[in-house]
Design a protein around this ligand. Sequence first.
Ligand code: PXG
Length: 461
Amino acid sequence: MAEDNTRRNWTHTQDLQARDAAHHLHSFTDPQVIETQGSRIITRAQGSTVWDSDGNELLDGMAGLWCVNVGYGREELVDAATRQMHELPYYNNHFQSTTPPIIALAEKLATLTPAGLDRFYFGSSGSEANDTIVRMARQYWRIKGQPEKTIFISRTLAYHGTTVAATSLGGMPHMHAMDGTPGPGYSHIDHPHWYLRGDGLTPEEFGLRAARALEERILELGADKVAAFIGEPIQGAGGVIVPPDSYWPEIQRICRKYDILLVADEVICGFGRTGTWFASEQFAIEPDLMPMAKGLSSGYLPISAVAISSRVYDVVSKGGLFAHGYTYSGHPVACAVALANIGIIEREGLVERVGGDIGPYFQSALASLADHPIVGEKRGLGLMAALQLVRDRDSKTMFAPEDNVAIICRDACYAEGLIARAISGSMVLSPPLVVTHSEVDNMVERLGRALDSTAQKFGVL
Ligand code: PXG
């Protein structure tokens, strides 16, 4: 396939790398790495495969950034965008206006989201959705006559985006270190990772203990000060942390008992990734607010939505002007593409495919690596999973942070033709929902070889 890359004259790697290093500041990248090693340049993609500027073919084990659910190269989405661009490339939803694609998308979403969530606020990113939620939740309590209920409780290693509010909601120390977030109004409890923090408890016992940390925190802060609890059903960027079954029902009970809004961040989990439309269904979460993005448009255009329960809407709608809005809220082209994307997911039965076929296949294929000498745990659900890397399986001895073991393994994956994500000491995969059985086999083989070479580097194999 390398010859196809000659179609465009911008694919001379060194030239591109030099220009990229000269003028582009990358996300979540050390600029010195770009200046000394150059960037990886992805030029085109089809299905679950991407190509780089050297013509290397790579299986995209991360669906871009956990988002290209329907896979690359969908002409239908190109057509939906083109049609909408011709008809109405832009109009806004401010000052009493709307457009047909917004109406159609909101109506469609109402048929898919869990019961009681049937109104939507649109933005362009998951971060914007979470910022919207912080403002909306505080306004909800203000209108209800409890303006001091402002604090958001979230979790360590949570990821909710990178605006100031979303970074504050998140529980990533290296992100907080950059700008002194979180300021007042945010509080974090420990994340529910049984393998690393179980302390000899059963998963069920540990799940209850981890959830009860929320109750303790609410009592410390005072329930009259707490606006909401926010959590990803499965923590994604924190390393695919799947909570024990006992966790979410207890969180739900505590939120109801103390009259705290419950926010389920479905930005990664939503749109089929875990085998249902939303992971809230599998974990029996009944959210008051539910942000979504990524799989909503499969990443073809930027769009996010906050699903709003009638509990919240009925109050917020009586509070006068809703003084919030992004220029691109409900962008008509993004809405048209999201609608077409949902059409593909439905028509091809992709959610059912993840739940009943490729998800279980993927998890059991990865489980074949669970007894590798440097793998301590395989965790995951549907098409998201992680392998915990350990120096010693029996004593659960971790690699030191400065070993950079996951980065070494990730680079080895790349050399094998697989894009995987290195998160702390874990290797993470989250492929497109259309990934085939043989592509899953190839991913697991490539990851297995990368684990072998990583283990050899550390003298474990
Ligand atoms: N919530 C969750 C659960 C996310 O995973 C966001 C909100 C923010 O979405 P936007 O569209 O503003 O990026 C995310 C984003 C990673 C990584 O390191 C994950 C995300 C973004 C960037 C990097 O795996 N998730």
